[in-house]
Write a protein that binds this ligand. Structure first.
Ligand SMILES: [Zn+2]
Length: 77
């Protein structure tokens, strides 16, 4: 395929989980604010208690877990 003078080739890709640390953060469902990403779920809870002290009417939270992935190039098509 040619566009603006460049040649593009199609390639197969695979996306897979990668070894590496997960990230944990907590989000307030009431106001959508969220705390910093931490290395453990327990550490992420610290933000909830601080947020609750400042916003005593915010009782619903969600844990956000991030996991590293990598796109691995395959063969050319
Ligand atoms: Zn909140």
């Amino acid at each position: 395929m040619t566009a603006r003078g460049r040649v593009f080739r199609f390639r197969e890709w695979r996306v897979q989980p990668e070894s590496g640390p997960f990230g944990f953060s907590m989000e307030c469902v009431v106001c959508d604010q969220y705390g910093p990403e931490e290395e453990s779920s327990e550490s992420a809870l610290g933000w909830v208690f601080a947020h609750l002290r400042a916003n005593p009417e915010h009782h619903a939270y969600r844990e956000r877990i991030t996991r590293p992935y990598r796109a691995v190039p395959g063969g050319w098509l």
